[in-house]
Design a protein around this ligand. Structure first.
Ligand code: SAH
Length: 384
């Protein structure tokens, strides 16, 4: 599990079809791939040697050519509200973060897709770090595998006598939901994110339903269309403003893909994927985007469409010029939306005492970009 970098293939990065091809390449039958996935994703076995129902010589060959390797933990912090944050190493000098948020009815794991971010949203702490690199599919899936291991969420690691209450719906899982809302812009790392979400949703993988895996994007429009062709994960979109002028200031990618274009892509995604609705995230910044008139303008954009709004109280970080809207203002904004027929909720702030709340993930990023989006547009590197 912790072998050093070699030419071994990390199995955590291979969705079922690719794993079948890999196994076939080693001269074995494709059904071995499903057996392997059962060991890896259901039982949480990280040691190929211990996969006892695989033939000995196949195991030996696998051990030569493959590995199951997760990112390594640098530190773990525990919040007073039960939230946990892990800092994970991307290499000797780079780190990224993931957060687990336990609630009564579910346990949400928030994972990262990049080390840093290039999109330069003015209210986000990750943006201030700059961008270093994309995470691989194995590093994305590896976060979930590692968290389940840490939380005792594999059947193998759930000891007899474990008296934790089962989750709602009779599901005894601890990690019930995964959100790609950590560091990075998932759609700017399309090539690795798509196989990763396939593994999360595959019956033979983590077997999470499409409603329980959410990809959040700041609005890379062409990639939303591509995503509709490739997967049906739940979509969340960081909107944050009801008009282009303000949104371009908060989320610079808006200058390239303005609101009307973005919303078209969202409705297309729902149509194609037969989805329920898009969740629009809206960070509440005092005196910037939180007026009743702005709530009305937002309602006008979304009313009649398959949309819900999730209002996120702004989480401050050192050096920011923004302040969180007061709670009554946020509640009024929500009520205004609801009065106008748009579903809206307020996201509960979790883990802020350990800087694990939305927008606070920083990790350790050595910025390798020369220009960031806020300064110069149209240069977002997107891995197709
Ligand atoms: N890049 C993707 C994934 C990040 S998700 C995206 O933009 O959607 C993280 C969510 O937290 C996004 O909606 C983001 O806009 C929001 N966010 C960023 N900084 C924040 C802050 N300081 N306080 C509250 N929410 C923030």
């Amino acid at each position: 599990m912790t072998s050093s970098a070699t030419s071994q293939t990390n199995l955590l990065g291979l969705p079922r079809a690719a794993l079948e091809a890999f196994v076939a390449d080693l001269g074995s039958k494709p059904f071995r791939a499903r057996q392997l996935m059962n060991w890896i994703y259901k039982r949480g076995e990280g040691s190929i040697a211990d996969m006892t129902d695989l033939a000995k010589d196949f195991r030996a060959l696998l051990r030569e050519r493959a590995e199951i390797r997760t990112p390594e933990i640098v530190t773990m912090q525990h919040s007073s509200d039960g939230t946990r944050k892990w800092k994970l190493s991307a290499d000797s000098s780079q780190a990224f973060e993931m957060v687990f948020i336990p609630e009564k009815e579910r346990g949400t794991l928030c994972i990262s897709s990049q080390v840093g971010c290039m999109l330069d949203c003015s209210f986000c702490s990750t943006a201030q770090q700059g961008f270093n690199r994309n995470l691989s599919a194995a590093e994305i899936v590896g976060q979930v595998w590692l968290a389940k291991q840490e939380l005792g969420d594999f059947s193998r690691t759930r000891r007899a006598g474990d008296d934790r209450p089962p989750q709602a719906g009779g599901d005894s899982r601890i990690v019930t939901n995964v959100v790609l809302m950590g560091m990075g812009e998932p759609l700017a790392n399309f090539r690795n994110v798509v196989p990763a979400v396939r593994i999360l949703m595959d019956d033979y993988g983590f077997d999470l339903s499409r409603r329980r895996v959410t990809l959040s994007t700041s609005g890379l429009v062409p990639q939303i269309y591509k995503l509709a062709e490739e997967t049906n994960v739940a979509l969340a979109v960081s909107l944050h403003a009801p008009d282009d002028e303000l949104r371009s200031e908060l989320v610079p990618i808006n200058r390239k893909h303005p609101i009307a274009e973005l919303l078209e892509a969202c409705w297309h995604y729902i149509d194609e994927q037969n989805g329920r609705s898009v969740t629009f995230e809206y960070v509440m910044l005092e005196g910037i985007n939180d007026s009743p008139a702005q709530a009305r303008a937002l309602a006008a954009l979304l009313k009649g469409h398959p949309a819900k709004v999730n209002l996120i109280p702004f989480n401050p970080f050192p050096g920011t010029r923004y302040r969180r809207s007061p709670m009554p203002v946020i509640a009024e904004f929500r009520d205004e939306l609801i009065r106008r027929g748009v579903l809206a909720t307020i996201r509960r702030t979790r883990g802020d005492d350990i800087d694990a709340a939305c927008g606070q993930l920083a990790g350790k990023v050595i910025d390798r970009t020369t220009v960031r989006l806020g300064n110069k547009l149209f240069g977002v590197a997107v891995q197709q």
